[in-house]
Design a protein around this ligand. Structure first.
Ligand SMILES: [Zn+2]
Length: 78
C-alpha cells in the first residue's frame, strides 16, 4: 500500500495508523532519519548513549545504553 502524506509547516509527517500499529510504533519513539539516493530512510532508534547521547552504534550493557565509541574510550582508560 502506498500512502501519500503532506509535510506540515513545522516539517512533521504523520505515519499512517495502520503502519504504526503493524510496527508497534508509539508516541515518544525516536527514529534515525537518513538521506538515501531515492528519498529518506527512517530507522527506529534503539536508544541513546548514556555518555554522549548518540543513537548510532548502540549496544546495551546491563540495561545501560552505550555507543561503540564510548565503549572504546572506556576501554582505553584501563
Ligand atoms: Zn557514546
Amino acid at each position: 500500500m502506498i500512502n501519500v502524506k503532506k509535510i506540515s509547516k513545522t516539517g512533521s509527517v504523520t505515519i499512517p495508523a495502520t503502519i504504526r500499529r503493524k510496527l508497534g510504533i508509539v508516541e515518544g519513539d525516536t527514529f534515525q532519519i537518513e538521506e538515501s539516493d531515492d528519498g529518506l530512510v527512517f530507522r527506529r532508534s534503539r536508544g541513546h548513549c548514556i555518555f554522549c547521547g548518540t543513537d548510532i552504534g548502540i549496544k546495551y550493557f546491563k540495561k545501560i545504553c552505550v555507543c561503540k565509541d564510548c565503549v572504546n574510550k572506556v576501554k582505553e582508560m584501563f
